[in-house]
Structures are given as structure tokens and as C-alpha cells.
Design a protein around this ligand. Structure first.
Ligand code: AMP
Ligand code: TRP
Length: 332
């Protein structure tokens, strides 16, 4: 059986990268797979979160799933801290994963930066919790953006070592699903930096809550170069900002970069940016409107999360029971 699992951190500022790299794919995968989508609040607290903001962001992240088209009847939508199996399995995985494996994680190095001694222990073992999220459901396929690839390789390593250590084929080896024309959306201000929730510059990202005017304003101000667009994707080499905008256009239009350049090749950004703005507004405005509507009805969103958590626990708890038995731990 195929089962999808993925998660998004409720750390505020969900943006176009989250949408094109992950959430839009979550929506599409509902046709054909059983899907479990999680707001990973336990991951969010690996760096400081204001408690009131965290609660609000958790609801907003769930509301964004709904607004983007995830159907709470077909798919399971819930937040991680409601289902105890995540933290419990993560502890067991902390005893399976090796220090050397975690030491190689580039996201930890980036997030901890020069303050490594002062990073939380949770930030360091973050990938064990992510493996637990996925494997508590025995998920087989995990849609994510490009930046999560290394964490998914670690998930495979943990599953493999667990199976090997206990001499049992228990956990599946997951397949990453990284697809679409924009698996790594870059900052609008710097083609070398990923579009991210935590970038200090609001102009660097298009938030999913942005209105039409701010979307247009940010695209107008997006950094580019003075050359016209090339006629094929080869011509984008060494032009990170141009490549990023073409990738965003292609993804939003559901076209290939090649096809977009067949239309816009030879034309300058003065032509391309207004077309991109119009397209971005057409795709994102209905989502922002639905998100606003849902945020005005917090009772509904919370009821979706509560019902989702029950369905999630019904899958994860029996898996945890089996793990306890395999490892020789007491029955829950
Ligand atoms: P996060 O915001 O780190 O919780 O990420 C949630 C999902 O969005 C993950 O699948 C990420 O890989 C994806 N994602 C985050 N930033 C980007 C980006 N700039 N481009 C493409 N995907 C992204
Ligand atoms: N680490 C992921 C991110 O920051 C979020 C995440 C947590 C996740 N658990 C997961 C993604 C399980 C996929 C599967 O983007």
C-alpha cells in the first residue's frame, strides 16, 4: 500500500516556496494516495517560538492546507503535538541514529550558524523526529522541497538500521517526491539564498497572505539582470535571479521553463514581470481569500485538527505498539 506523509512547520510566513515546493504537490497527490499532512509544531519549537504566536501559526498553517485545496475528508490534517507517537518514536530513533549521521546534516549547520554551542539539542536531533513523523505511519512516499532531501536520506538510514538491528523487515524505505518546476524557490532579493520564512526582508518572499498589491510590488522590485530572457533554459546558466523568476512562472502556469522561454525569449523583464505578477495574483489571491475566511472561523479549523489527530493516532499508535514489542519495551 502507498501512503503519503509530509509536514510543514508553523513558524509563520508561509510563502510561495512552501506552496510550489510542497503544499501544491500535497493537494495533487490526494488523487491516488492515502495522505497524512501534519503541522509540525514540535519541530517549530527547536528554535524559540512565542507561545501565543505558535498557537496562531499552527492554526494558520492548517488553514493554509485547507485553503490550498487539501480536503480534510479525504486526507488527514492534524498537528504533531496532539499525537504522542511522534515524540515517543523519535526517542527510540535517537537511539538508532548515529552522531556521525547527524553531524553531516547541512540544515543544522545553516540554522545553528556560528552559535552552534548555543543551539538547542532539539535542533540537532530534529531529523530523528522527522523520521519518526514519517515512519509512525509507515509512509512510503514523502513530498517535500529540494532542501529536505538530506533529511529523507537519513530517514531511510534510520529505517534500514532499525530493520537490520532487530532482524525484521518492519519499516519501509521511503521514496522522496520532489517534483514540479520550482522545487527550490529562491529569494526575490538574492538568487543565491533560498526563499525562507525567517529572512529579515519581507521583499525577499511572497507570503501566501499577501494581497494583490504587495505581490505586484514585490515582483516589480525583484532583483534581475539587464539582459533579455534567453530562448532556452541553457541560457539561464549563471543568471540565478532570472532562472528563479522563470521557474516560478513555469510552476504557477503549469508549464515547462522551455515553454515559457519559447514565449518570452528575447523579451526583457519590463515585459516579463507584469505577466508574472498577473499570473501570481490569479493563482494566489483565491488562496489568500479562502485563508482569510478560514482564519475568521478558528473553531472550524480547530475541529479539523482535532478530528485529524484522532485519525492519525489510530494509524500511529498500533505502529508504536509493534515497535515497543520489537524493541522489548513495555506495552503502552
Ligand atoms: P518548512 O517551511 O521548512 O517547514 O518547509 C515546508 C515545506 O516547504 C518543505 O517540504 C520544504 O522543502 C518546502 N520549502 C521550504 N522552502 C522552500 C523553497 N524556498 N522552495 C521550495 N520548497 C520549499
Ligand atoms: N523538516 C521539514 C521542513 O522543515 C518539515 C517536516 C517535519 C517534514 N517532519 C516531516 C517534512 C516529515 C516531511 C515529512 O520542511
Amino acid at each position: 500500500m502507498k501512503r503519503i506523509f509530509s509536514g510543514v512547520q508553523p513558524s509563520g510566513n508561509l510563502h510561495l516556496g512552501n506552496y510550489l515546493g510542497a503544499i501544491r504537490n500535497f493537494v495533487r497527490l490526494q488523487d491516488g494516495y492515502e495522505c497524512v499532512y501534519c503541522v509540525v509544531d514540535l519541530h517549530a519549537i527547536t528554535v524559540w517560538q512565542d507561545p501565543a504566536e505558535l498557537a496562531r501559526n499552527t492554526r494558520e498553517c492548517a488553514a493554509t492546507f485547507l485553503a490550498a485545496g487539501i480536503d480534510p475528508e479525504r486526507s488527514v490534517i492534524f498537528n504533531q503535538s496532539r499525537v504522542a507517537a511522534h515524540a515517543r518514536l523519535a526517542w527510540i530513533f535517537n537511539c538508532v541514529a548515529r552522531l556521525g549521521w547527524l553531524n553531516r546534516m547541512t540544515q543544522f549547520k545553516e540554522k545553528a550558524g556560528k552559535q552552534r554551542e548555543n543551539a538547542s539539542v532539539g535542533l540537532y536531533v530534529y531529523p530523528s523526529l522527522m523520521a519518526a513523523d514519517i515512519l509512525a505511519y509507515k509512509a512510503t512516499h514523502v513530498p517535500v522541497g529540494e532542501d529536505q532531501k538530506q533529511h529523507l536520506e537519513l530517514t531511510r538510514d534510520i529505517a534500514q538500521k532499525f530493520n537490520h538491528d532487530f532482524g525484521i523487515e518492519f519499516f519501509p524505505l521511503i521514496e522522496p517526491l520532489i517534483f514540479g518546476e520550482a522545487t527550490r524557490v529562491m529569494s526575490l532579493r538574492d538568487g543565491a539564498a533560498k526563499m525562507s520564512k525567517s529572512d529579515g526582508s519581507e521583499a525577499s518572499r511572497i507570503n501566501l497572505t499577501d494581497d494583490a498589491d504587495s505581490i505586484a510590488h514585490k515582483i516589480r522590485r525583484a532583483r534581475t539582470d539587464p539582459e533579455p530572457l534567453p530562448h532556452s533554459p541553457d541560457g539561464l546558466a549563471g543568471r540565478a535571479e532570472a532562472a528563479n523568476l522563470v521557474g516560478i512562472f513555469a510552476a504557477l502556469a503549469d508549464r515547462t521553463a522551455e515553454d515559457v522561454l519559447a514565449e518570452f525569449g528575447g523579451r526583457g523583464f519590463a515585459d516579463f514581470k507584469p505577466a508574472l505578477s498577473e499570473l501570481a495574483v490569479a493563482v494566489l489571491s483565491p488562496i489568500a481569500a479562502e485563508l482569510r475566511r478560514l482564519m475568521a472561523d478558528p473553531g472550524y479549523v480547530d475541529s479539523v485538527l482535532a478530528a485529524g489527530a484522532e485519525r492519525a493516532a489510530a494509524i500511529a499508535d498500533p505502529v508504536l505498539d509493534e515497535v515497543h514489542e520489537i524493541v522489548g519495551l513495555a506495552a503502552r
